[in-house]
Design a binder for this molecule. Structure first.
Ligand code: AMP
Length: 211
């Protein structure tokens, strides 16, 4: 079987990062994530692109979308080097979706559904281990190891104000992308409010069915 080309859609905090890691490991595909790529390049100079701000980080900390030109180039480059992949965090608007159609075909399109109140709790309580990239939560999932607990950090955009803005941006820009893909071959909507293990079981079933 050829390596699957998988798109995972859903709002911030739906669990796309966690489930994409599972997919990458189980199906031996590349995890292509615009959020991580941009976080590693927050200070990149984009002033020659005629954009409002001079670096991606300024958009990200406010919870706004980084300009399409920057993000399209990241994804184009990453996909051209990947055989199979799970694409996470892109496309976030219809223009990016159109761009993606010119880059690759998709075998499976997953959409994780989670209500807004649940997302706010998940995102504002989220903490990240800077050494492993592992996500935790102050209420639901803290690490047992005290050393790990002490080094946890909050992402710059996981404060209440940025979270609310990111969810507004999602509803306005990205929800139409999900509607756009609803008729795509291999589209499966998944209940993202289940336990991570149950979400993962549904995802595996969807991928095994779709490829
Ligand atoms: P994430 O880690 O996916 O929640 O992304 C964090 C931030 O990176 C977003 O709030 C945006 O500022 C930026 N970002 C990630 N992916 C995209 C994208 N496809 N288009 C524009 N901005 C993006």
């Amino acid at each position: 079987m050829a390596s699957p080309r998988i798109l995972i859609l859903g709002p911030p905090g739906a669990g796309k990062g966690t489930q994409s890691s599972n997919i990458a490991e189980e199906y031996d595909v590349e995890h292509v994530t615009t959020g991580d790529a941009l976080r590693s390049n927050k200070e990149m100079d984009i002033s020659d692109m005629d954009t409002e701000y001079d670096t991606p980080g300024e958009y990200m900390d406010a919870g706004d979308l980084v300009p399409d030109e920057v993000v399209n180039a990241i994804v184009d480059e990453a996909l051209s080097q990947a055989d199979g992949f799970v694409l996470d965090g892109y496309p976030r608007n219809l223009e990016q979706a159109e761009e993606l159609e010119g880059m690759t075909d998709l075998d499976v399109v997953l959409s994780l559904d989670v209500d807004r109140e649940v997302l706010v709790d998940r995102l504002t309580g989220r903490r990240v281990d800077p050494e492993t990239g592992e996500n935790y939560h102050v209420e639901f999932n803290m690490p047992e190891d005290e050393e790990v607990r002490e080094r946890l950090e909050q992402r710059d955009d996981d404060n209440e104000e940025s979270v609310q803005n990111r969810l507004d941006v999602f509803e306005e820009n990205t929800a139409p992308v999900i509607d756009h893909y609803a008729d795509h071959d291999g589209f499966v909507a998944i209940d993202g409010e289940q336990t991570p293990d149950d979400v993962w079981a549904d995802i595996q079933a969807a991928i095994d069915e779709g490829v």
